[in-house]
Ligand binder design. Structure first.
Ligand code: SGN
Ligand code: CA
Length: 551
């Protein structure tokens, strides 16, 4: 934890009300320093590889990039557990999953837990949450909310609101933005500072771009990642047994947008990937007018598939699926970027930009063909790391970059410190304010802790926990295996060489194991908790199977 106890105590003594008033230089009235507004923007499954300030190989994101140009870009930001609802619960509570209890997407969030929104609201902030939450219950501590039920839909999405459920016509990313701007402009109490959580569903699976973006991106071709044809050699069983390979697990209809009748006509397809219902679940939400915009593009994709798929070898099939995946995924990102631009323009035009901290992040990273994968969950970089860009005018030096090991665990305390509100003692992160202010010597953390639980489940990524430093990553896969992996992050940036058994690394392994045990203890995680969560999950899985058999 941060050593800067005196600073923390100072803030606690100040309390929220008095933090509003920072004394001037003794002449005249005290100078009033307004608490900053917080605009927290989060997309769902947005890989940092798909933001041009991280890498411009795949896409240009000029609007999100503005935040890097005018603020700070974090190159080693990561999550504590690479999956949606657990990550959101960590962001809201400032605690690891084994403490807040939301270890997987399955059961509802325990809303007796205190969230950052409740604290902000209790301290005079106007609070709102628009977009995807994925908690199984409504948010607490918000003056207003419009959230997607569960995963939500791209086309004509439903929203759960204080007044009940409503449907909005149009494309999800545009609608969430319209609602957000409308709240900022018309609905909030302008005498109070605000904290808005503006939460996109995009670019989550099934990656449906707007018709305009689909038409634009279907014409593009993208460079392949170096590890697209990974054979998972030199690693343990977890990478081999995961079910998220583009060739063998990505679905023809749901993912690649092949119509059910085409799938049937060409059946049996090789490889055989069961895909009942094709993409119809998403597509059938569209009105006749909307379908008419999508149809010519989807017809073209289907024609190409019918003509060329049967002639392709496995390598070409993988490449075809990769291109289709990137066209849709990046089409979704492009809409997110345009819409972030609209919100940033609104902040500029309304004069709010100056006193608003803007944070852009994702609930985790995502594989864009690296290791042959889509999805996330693993501690390996592309899903473990998450984009993080923070703009705070007059505080953060424009264009600055931090490579410190920061986590989504830190967001709540960062926001509280920036707002001058005392942090509860039981939050487990560190405020990023010293890093944002360029006071790097105040930052003492050199390692982070990670724990993933959702197994057995969709994509079959085994349970694992680990420690990550700038140099190394030590991982323990458990439950139905007992396997360790070590990666040298500097020498093996693609993480394709497990050096756990290499004698040259035996001292490193020893040191990291000691550190990992200490971290588990510090954060209150233990073997007993692992077993407890496992037992509980297995019970729930059995109950679900029983219910399924009955129905
Ligand atoms: C759905 C997706 C999965 C994804 C999980 C969790 N399948 O089950 O691919 O891993 O959500 O995503 S889908 O066929 O329904 O699209 S998360 O972001 O909510 O954690
Ligand atoms: Ca997600």
């Amino acid at each position: 934890m941060r050593n800067d106890v005196s600073r923390r105590n100072f803030l606690k003594v100040m309390g929220s009300a008095s933090a509003l008033t920072l004394m001037g230089c003794g002449i005249g009235k005290p100078k009033v320093k307004k608490q900053p507004n917080i605009l927290f923007i989060m997309s769902d499954d947005h890989a940092y590889q798909a933001i041009s300030s991280y890498s411009d190989k795949l896409i240009q994101t000029p609007h999100i990039d503005r935040l890097a140009k005018e603020g700070m870009l974090f190159t080693n930001a990561c999550v504590t557990n690479s999956i949606c609802a657990p990550s959101r619960a960590t962001i809201l509570t400032g605690k690891h999953c084994h403490i807040h209890g939301k270890i997987n997407n399955g059961s509802p969030f325990d809303d007796s837990q205190t969230t950052i929104m409740q604290i902000m609201q209790n301290n005079g902030y106007q609070t709102a949450m628009y977009g995807k939450l994925h908690f199984g219950n409504n948010p607490k501590g918000v003056d207003d909310f419009m959230i997607l039920p569960g995963q939500g839909n791209y086309i004509n999405p439903d929203f759960v609101t204080k007044e009940g459920r409503i449907r909005k016509e149009g494309y999800c990313t545009d609608i969430i933005t319209d609602l957000t701007i409308d709240w900022l402009d018309k609905k909030r109490d302008k005498d109070k500072p605000f904290m808005m959580m503006y939460l996109h569903k995009a670019p989550h699976r099934p990656w449906w771009p707007s018709p305009e973006k689909m038409a634009e991106f279907v014409e593009k071709k993208f460079p392949e990642p170096k590890t697209l044809f990974d054979d998972y050699k030199n690693r343990g069983s977890a990478a081999k047994s995961a079910e998220m390979n583009l060739l063998t697990h990505m679905k023809y209809g749901w993912d690649s947008k092949i119509r059910l009748e085409v799938i049937k006509e060409m059946s049996p397809l090789d490889p055989d990937v069961p895909d009942i219902g094709g993409f119809s679940g998403a597509y059938n939400r569209a009105s006749a007018e909307q379908k008419a915009k999508y149809d010519p593009i989807i017809d073209k994709i289907n024609e190409d598939f019918k003509t060329n798929w049967p002639k392709m070898n496995d390598k070409e099939k993988m490449q075809w699926k990769y291109q289709r995946y990137m066209q849709d995924y990046l089409g979704c990102i492009s809409s997110v970027d345009d819409n972030v631009g609209r919100v940033l323009d609104y902040l500029d035009d309304s004069g709010l930009a100056e006193n608003t901290i803007v944070i852009y992040t994702s609930d985790q990273g995502f594989y864009l063909g690296e290791h042959g994968w889509f999805d996330k969950r693993f501690i390996y970089d592309e899903s473990f790391k998450t984009p993080l860009l923070i703009r705070w005018p007059d505080k953060v030096k424009p264009g600055s970059v931090s490579d410190e090991m920061v986590q989504n665990l830190d967001f709540a305390q960062t926001i509280l410190e920036a707002a001058g509100i005392p942090e509860p003692d039981d939050m487990q992160g560190e405020s990023l304010v010293p890093l944002l202010e360029g006071k790097n010597d105040k930052w003492t953390r050199d390692a982070v802790y990670y724990h993933y639980y959702e197994y057995p489940a969709v994509h079959m990524v085994k349970r694992h926990y680990g420690i990550v430093t700038k140099e190394y990553k030590l991982v323990h896969f458990y439950y139905d295996v007992n396997e360790w992996e070590l990666y040298d992050r500097k020498k093996d940036t693609y993480e394709i060489n497990n050096v756990y058994d290499d004698p040259a690394y035996s001292e490193i392994v020893k040191e990291l194991k000691v550190k990992l045990t200490a971290l588990r203890k510090q954060y209150g995680d233990s073997k007993e908790l692992d077993q407890m969560f496992l037992k509980d999950d297995l019970k729930k899985i059995k109950e679900r199977q029983k219910k399924k058999r009955k129905s």
